[in-house]
Design a protein around this ligand. Sequence first.
Ligand code: S3P
Length: 187
Amino acid sequence: MDKTEWMKLYLDKHNIALIGFMGAGKSTVAEMMSLMFAIRPIEMDVLIAKREEMTINEIFAKFGEAYFRGRETDLLRELSKEHGNIISCGGGTVLRPENVELLKENSRIVLLTATAETILKRVKDSDDRPILNGHKDVDFIGALMEKRRQAYERAADIIVATDGKSVGSICIEIADSLIKLEEACNV
Ligand code: S3P
């Protein structure tokens, strides 16, 4: 069976969730996975912003981070009843254990990693991440990444480093790792 066929069968019952720090490449990889394997992409931040009719910056400024985290949990509760999606989570989604539980109901969780230097290169020209605004430097990014590392690694079924790799090769690596993981679970 080729990867596309395998993915189609797999997604009949499951989702794939991409987690990791801001700028780890979740959205870009989700888009490419969607094209390569005909999977429905779900961008959590975009969906939440659309529902709230505000940007993420506006949600944080008006209602605060806790409110935003609550909307993430609401959305995951809905997605836990679906299948066939590649879900690009927000960088903070899996910091709430409840969200990890919801994801684990029907998703395999893929952690994308990158060094603080790579992250800085990817996020430096965008101002739409309230947590990084005013802190776009390697020290802040490295320290926050370290603080979150355990939560990310605990939640992950698969870990894929993204530094220096093409988006296409990351997608193939994810598919190969998922196939291997399912094979190992089914023996
Ligand atoms: C956040 C990451 C953002 C967004 C919000 C908070 C975080 O998503 O959900 O700004 O706490 O790491 P991306 O990782 O897609 O940038």
